[in-house]
Design a protein around this ligand. Structure first.
Ligand code: HEM
Length: 271
């Protein structure tokens, strides 16, 4: 099998990636609830919901409510209660005169053996007989969860640490400022972009990608991307729809990148 390779340039390095490499990143897991269930869920367009979505970039209406199965956990233990008729042990000191004698709640006598049953704290511990102990059996440790897919086996999730000032909220603030982040010269209307033209924009400082037929300048978003620059760069200079969708179809890219919209992808090639 032969691969077509292309090089993508990150800020301080250059990496080779297979041309149509759409292998999903290690997270979210292939069998995660997000990936498994999202396509069947309807989007509702209520105002309240949209405002929230604007902040997080995550389409909340697509989030699945997970019902906790109450039978999974045993009920909490009954708290230990002192028997109602057993007198409360007020003090273990012997009484020393009339002042310490209380009619309703007498301190138990320390000289007379008590007839009431032991309270939990007073009950003598059973003598432990080591000879009765069954020979120790080696318990098999539960196996560490084996990777279930090839993708999981190959790569483990690595959480990307975003720089301060590059959270999703910071991106929402920048986007809502109304600033044009497309990189198009001022006043130039969205243009038609061919696949060849798209290929020319594959560096971190000048990265375009096509999602659902629309081309976006993703360079301004690079450092805000929760999956990191490297993952995002995998769709630079090409149609990233497939990779995007297998990674996080629930993310509303059109809303998030509206200020980065450059034009429409057309199928023709430059002559
Ligand atoms: C160009 C458009 C893209 C946008 C607007 C975008 C946006 C986002 C957003 C909002 C999240 C957080 C989602 C959540 O927590 O549910 C996210 C996470 C992620 N994205 Fe993207 N993404 C894009 C492209 C890509 C591509 C091409 C990849 C590469 C395969 C990728 C890989 C990831 C990964 C691995 C995470 C999970 C990060 C984590 O929580 O550890 N993204 N992205």
């Amino acid at each position: 099998m032969s691969f077509l390779w292309r090089r993508i340039r990150l800020a301080n390095s250059e990496v080779a990636v297979a041309h149509d490499d759409n292998t999903p990143p290690p997270f979210p897991a292939l069998d995660s609830a997000q990936r498994a269930n999202v396509p069947q869920i309807e989007i509702d367009g209520s105002e309240e919901h949209e405002e929230h979505e604007e902040q997080s970039g995550v389409d909340e209406s697509r989030v699945i409510a997970v019902e906790l199965n109450k039978t999974d956990m045993p009920p909490p233990r009954e708290p230990l209660r002192q028997s109602a008729d057993a007198p409360l042990p007020l003090s273990s000191a012997p009484s020393k005169g009339p002042a310490s004698v209380v009619a309703s709640a007498r301190a138990p006598s320390t000289s007379q053996p008590s007839t009431r049953p032991f309270s939990v704290s007073e009950r003598p511990l059973p003598k432990f007989n080591f000879s009765n102990v069954a020979p120790t059996r080696k318990l098999a440790a539960p196996s560490v969860t084996a990777p279930t897919t090839l993708g999981q086996a190959r790569r483990r999730r690595e959480k990307v640490a975003l720089d301060p000032g590059f959270s999703q909220l910071d991106w929402a603030i920048l986007k809502n400022s109304g600033k044009d982040l497309s990189g198009r010269p001022n006043g130039v209307a969205p243009v038609q972009i061919t696949v060849d033209e798209l290929k020319l924009h594959s560096t971190q400082e000048d990265a375009w990608t096509a999602l659902g037929g629309k081309v976006y300048n993703i360079s301004p978003y690079m450092r805000y991307h929760p999956g990191g620059v490297k993952e995002l760069m995998r769709c630079a200079g090409r149609d990233g729809t497939k990779l995007f969708n297998i990674t996080h179809v629930w993310v509303n890219y059109d809303r998030m990148l509206s200020n980065c919209f450059v034009g429409y992808l057309v199928s023709g090639r430059n002559s």
